[in-house]
Design a protein around this ligand. Structure first.
Ligand code: ATP
Ligand code: MG
Length: 234
């Protein structure tokens, strides 16, 4: 089957600095994968490269078989890549409703559907972005990306900084998103438990390279191997 998203021999970084080296990754239509790894291994750089925010030194990124090289970020979004950045990037002086309205495009994800996923947001529609809690900002950032009606959704550490009870709630939301067979998802996480539960396939990054691309289940069953791959145990 054709890939929704494909990275072929990617080397990328910031200016002359190369962070990602020879990254090859393919995500099928409707497939959900997790990407895990320590701080600073290049997880955000990977998503930024898919969005066109980094310097590409080698390789090619394709979406539905079409090369994205040289395409600016906003065109990649229009082409169907939804992005939930690590910093959430809510517009602080716009209301929740306005944050959502400026992103919305026609498709299966409607305002009603995202309110059903995040009832809390429906109660906060007239609050400004800067009046939201961290958890509410994260919900808004995900809701906003869904309303662009992407074919693939990139999420950068959505559980970061959230209280355990909110991490559990968000894991439930992620499971519901995974059940949507139309949507491909790349979930970047530091919380390996959340990541391994989320998707049958997990990718581990270390020092800008993919060191594992395979079953989540076998990693979950072997914590020692997982720790070694993540580089916690040398
Ligand atoms: N804008 C930038 N300019 C130069 N170097 C950068 C920039 N952003 C990140 N880096 C460097 O690239 C490397 C990878 O960073 P990246 O943010 O991709 O890691 P990460 O895996 O997302 O880490 P974390 O889990 O802390 O979010 C780090 O060495 C970082 O210092
Ligand atoms: Mg990061």
């Amino acid at each position: 089957m054709a890939s929704a998203l494909q990275l072929n021999g990617i080397s990328a970084g910031y200016g002359q600095t190369v962070i990602l080296e020879d990254v090859n990754l393919s995500v099928a239509p409707g497939e959900c994968i997790s990407v895990i790894g320590r701080n600073g291994v290049g997880k955000t750089t990977l998503l930024s490269t898919i969005m066109g925010h980094t310097t590409l030194h080698a390789g090619e990124v394709t979406l539905d078989g079409h090369p994205l090289n040289g395409m600016p970020c906003f065109r990649r979004a229009l082409a169907g890549i939804g992005f939930v950045p690590q910093e959430r990037e809510i517009f602080p002086s716009l209301s929740v409703r306005e944050n959502l309205d400026i992103a919305a495009r026609p498709g299966p994800w409607t305002h009603a559907r995202v309110y059903e996923l995040f009832p809390r947001l429906a109660e906060r529609l007239d609050n400004m972005g800067n009046q939201l809690s961290g958890g509410e900002q994260q919900m808004l950032s995900i809701a906003r990306a869904l309303l662009t009606n992407p074919t693939i959704l990139l999420m950068d550490e959505p559980t970061e900084g959230l209280a355990p009870v909110l991490v559990e709630a968000l894991s439930g939301v992620l499971a519901r998103l995974r059940a949507d067979s139309e949507l491909s998802i790349v979930l970047v996480e530091q919380n390996s438990r959340v990541a391994l539960n989320f998707s049958p396939r997990t990718v581990i990054l270390d020092k800008g390279r993919i060191v594992y691309d395979g079953e989540s289940e076998s990693l979950a069953a072997d914590p020692e191997r997982l720790a070694k791959l993540i580089g916690i145990v040398e």
